[in-house]
Design a protein around this ligand. Structure first.
Ligand code: GLA
Length: 391
C-alpha cells in the first residue's frame, strides 16, 4: 500500500457506476451527477455560530447514476468496498419517509424527503473515491450528489444556496447530525482553483483565488476516527449557543473579546467560556486568512494555521493525540508555513501549507515519527457538484 492517495477522477468513476448499473438493473442509467468532498482551510466549529469559514472542494467525488423505474420504489446500490443495497418507497403526502436501517441510506432518504417537488421511484448506483470517515465530508458529498441527480431526473433546478440548506436539513432530520452549513454549501458551490469564504450568517460567499505558486496544500490523514464524535459535536454546538444566550445575542458571530469579560462576570461555566473564546478568535482568523491568501502572505496564513490548531485543541477540545502529534511533527519542519486539523475533529485530517520542494521530505519525516499510519494527498481546489453527461 502506498501512502499517497490519488483521485480516481469523475470519468473513471462514472464508467464504473454505469457498468454496475447495467449489471444490476439491466439497462443504462438516464442521468449522472457528482459532488466533491472538502477540506477546510480556516474556521472550524464556527459555521453553527454564524461565523466565516474558508473551505475548498477536493478532487475526490461521489458519483451517482440513476433512472426512473416506473414503480413507487427507490432502489439504491452503494458500490463501495462493501456492496450494499437499500430499497424504500418514494414518499407520498400520506406516507412520508422516515429514518431507519440501514444507517447509510438515511443520507439518501433524507435528501429524497427534502427534495422540493415530487420524486418518482428510481434505481441508482453510488460510487465514490472519497476516503470515508476521514472528516472530508463524505456525508455532504453523498447528500449533494443525490440532490443533483434528483434535479436531473425530475427536471427541476433548485437555487444552489437553497439546495445546500435542504441537504443540511436532510442531515439534521435523517442521520440526526446537527451540522452547520459549511460542508453542503462548499460541496454545492465551490469553484476550481478557489477557496470559498462563506458568511454563515448571510449565506453569501466570495470565491477567493488560491494561487499558492510553489506552495502546496498538503492533506495528511491521521486515519483515526474516535467514536465520541456523535455526542461531542452537539454538545459543542449547545455550549456555543449557551454563551450567545447569556450575552443576549442570536449567535456568537456578533460577540467580541470584550464579551468574554461579561461572561466571566456572569460566572459562566468554564467550558462555555473556552468555547466562546475559540469562536470569537477563529471567526476573526478566517477573515484574516482569506485576506492573507489573496495577498500571498503565506507566513501570516501559516501562523494562523498554528493558532487555530492550538485553539481547536485546547479551547474547543475537538482535536485528539494523533492530530496534535501530526501538527507537532510538522511545526518547524523545512518548508512548512503552518498546519492545523481540519473539519469536525476527533480524528480525520490535518491540512498544511508546504513548499512543493519540501513535500517529500515532510512526508518521510511524518512516516518516521507519526505513531499511526498516515496517508497523504496534495489538495487541488476543485469544482462543486455538477451533472455529468452520459454518452
Ligand atoms: C463538521 C460539520 C460542519 C462543521 C465542521 C467543523 O464537518 O458538518 O458543519 O461544523 O464539522 O467546522
Amino acid at each position: 500500500m502506498t501512502n499517497e492517495v490519488t483521485a480516481v477522477g469523475d470519468a473513471a468513476l462514472l464508467r464504473r457506476a454505469c457498468d454496475t448499473f447495467a449489471t444490476r438493473f439491466g439497462r443504462a442509467p438516464a442521468a449522472a451527477a457528482c459532488a466533491p468532498g472538502r477540506a477546510n482551510l480556516m474556521g472550524d466549529h464556527v459555521d453553527y455560530c454564524e461565523g466565516f469559514v474558508l473551505p475548498v472542494a477536493l478532487p475526490f467525488v461521489t458519483v451517482v447514476v440513476g433512472s426512473h423505474n416506473g414503480t413507487g420504489q427507490c432502489n439504491v446500490l452503494s458500490a463501495g468496498q462493501l456492496s450494499q443495497e437499500a430499497s424504500f418507497s418514494a414518499p407520498t403526502p400520506d406516507a412520508p419517509l422516515r429514518p431507519g436501517e440501514p444507517a447509510w441510506a438515511n443520507y439518501v432518504k433524507g435528501v429524497v424527503a427534502n427534495f422540493p417537488g415530487r420524486v418518482r421511484g428510481f434505481d441508482a448506483v453510488i460510487v465514490s473515491d472519497l476516503p470515508m470517515g476521514s472528516g472530508l465530508s463524505s456525508s455532504a458529498s453523498l447528500e449533494v450528489a443525490v440532490f443533483t441527480i434528483l434535479e436531473e431526473l425530475e427536471g427541476k433546478k433548485v437555487d444552489p444556496v437553497q439546495k445546500a440548506k435542504l441537504c443540511q436539513k436532510a442531515e439534521h432530520e435523517f442521520p440526526g447530525m446537527p451540522c452547520g452549513i459549511m460542508d453542503q454549501y462548499v460541496v454545492t458551490l465551490a469553484r476550481k482553483d478557489h477557496a470559498l469564504l462563506i458568511d454563515c450568517r448571510s449565506l453569501e460567499a466570495k470565491h477567493i483565488p488560491v494561487n499558492t505558486g510553489d506552495t502546496a496544500i498538503l492533506v495528511v490523514n491521521s486515519n483515526v476516527k474516535h467514536q465520541l464524535t456523535g455526542s461531542e459535536y452537539p454538545q459543542r454546538r449547545a455550549q456555543c449557543q449557551e454563551a450567545a444566550d447569556k450575552l443576549g445575542l442570536p449567535s456568537l458571530r456578533g460577540a467580541t473579546r470584550k464579551d468574554l469579560e461579561e461572561l466571566k462576570r456572569q460566572n459562566c461555566d468554564k467550558l462555555v467560556l473556552m468555547r466562546a473564546e475559540h469562536i470569537i478568535d477563529e471567526i476573526h482568523r478566517t477573515e484574516q486568512v482569506a485576506k492573507s491568501l489573496a495577498q500571498m502572505d503565506l507566513d501570516r496564513v501559516g501562523e494562523m494555521f498554528y493558532q487555530s490548531h492550538e485553539s481547536l485543541s485546547t479551547l474547543m477540545q475537538v482535536s485528539c493525540p494523533e492530530l496534535d502529534q501530526l501538527v507537532d511533527i510538522m511545526r518547524g519542519a523545512p518548508g512548512v508555513y503552518g498546519a492545523r486539523m481540519t473539519g469536525g475533529g476527533f480524528g480525520g485530517c490535518v491540512v498544511a501549507l508546504v513548499k512543493k520542494g519540501d513535500v517529500e521530505g515532510l512526508k518521510s519525516k511524518i512516516l518516521k515519527n507519526y505513531k499511526g499510519s498516515p496517508t497523504f494527498f496534495v489538495c487541488e481546489p476543485s469544482e462543486g457538484a455538477r451533472a455529468l453527461p452520459i454518452k
